[in-house]
Design a protein around this ligand. Structure first.
Ligand SMILES: N[C@@H](CCC(=O)N[C@@H](CS)C(=O)NCC(=O)O)C(=O)O
Length: 262
């Protein structure tokens, strides 16, 4: 039975899912929802995720959404090799790392994208928002360094859940110029993680996708893209100095909130 991952190569949430499947040697096919990012419903895709977000997983009749839920399903259905450690405390720590990355780190990379790719702010304001982003990333990198301690991987001796959940974000951060210093403990961990074929595959797909991205700012202006300012992303933009970015985008109709489920 074919397993389908609805995804976008640049989505760190989708990368988590693809890396986990590849680590476990589970074959899957990827599919990109039609008109991704435009807010236009792809009705087939919405059957799998009514929120209209990637990743979503189709496994026969099973339809799942949200990267955390999908990761749990993958671990339950294909337990070998395990990504979650056995020890209850270590499991809790791995899940905490995932939550911090998904909710606190992701908006930083995403917000920089809003400024640099989608040109939501300019001049002084753009520089101030970028400075906030790099300070926030530094803070989380320090927190991550403490979680790593002297370990090889976040869960200890073997590559696991924490590593899967950190690497897409730190690769994104490095691309944004706010990654860890290469000669730091976290920078060395990142190089190790990028040595894994599962990570290389996801990172290459992301780089290829980025290389094909041209003039997305005018696509936003023309109303083609309608960016989703959901939960942590909305908070991030407001907290980091972009409340008028939100108000202008809402007025121009190129910002939207998450789907209401029906
Ligand atoms: N909590 C969700 C978040 C997923 C998410 O926000 N995905 C973004 C891409 S990174 C998305 O599909 N946004 C919809 C859009 O841009 O149209 C998860 O963990 O899977």
């Amino acid at each position: 039975m074919t397993i389908v991952v609805y995804e976008h190569p640049l989505s760190p949430y989708a990368q988590k899912v693809k890396i986990a499947l590849d680590e476990k040697g589970v074959a899957y096919e990827t599919r990109m929802p039609a008109a991704m990012g435009t807010g236009q419903p792809d009705l087939e895709f919405l059957k799998t995720n009514p929120r209209g977000e990637v990743p979503a997983l189709l496994d026969g009749e099973v339809r799942l959404f949200d990267s955390t839920i999908i990761l749990e399903y993958i671990e339950d259905k294909w337990p070998e090799p395990p990504l979650l450690p056995r020890d209850p405390v270590a499991r809790a720590q791995a899940r905490t790392i995932e939550d911090v990355m998904d909710t606190s780190f992701e908006p930083i990379n995403w917000g920089l994208g809003e400024i640099r790719w989608f040109k939501r702010a300019h001049g002084e304001q753009a520089r101030a928002i970028e400075a906030r982003a790099s300070g926030q990333a530094r803070g989380i990198n320090e927190w991550l360094t403490r979680q790593l301690g002297g370990g090889k991987w976040f869960g200890g001796e073997t590559f696991g859940w924490g590593d899967v959940c950190v690497v897409p974000y730190l690769n994104g951060a490095s691309g944004n110029g706010i990654g860890p210093a290469p000669d730091s403990a976290l920078g060395r961990w990142l190089a190790r993680a990028n040595g894994r074929p599962s990570v290389q595959k996801a990172a290459k797909a992301a780089a290829d996708s980025l290389a094909g991205m041209t003039d997305v700012a005018s696509a936003v202006k023309s109303g083609l893209f309608k960016r989703e300012y959901r939960d942590h992303r909305l908070e991030w933009m407001i907290r980091s100095g972009g409340i008028d970015v939100v108000l202008e985008g809402l007025k121009a109709g190129n910002i939207r909130f998450s789907n209401e489920l029906r």
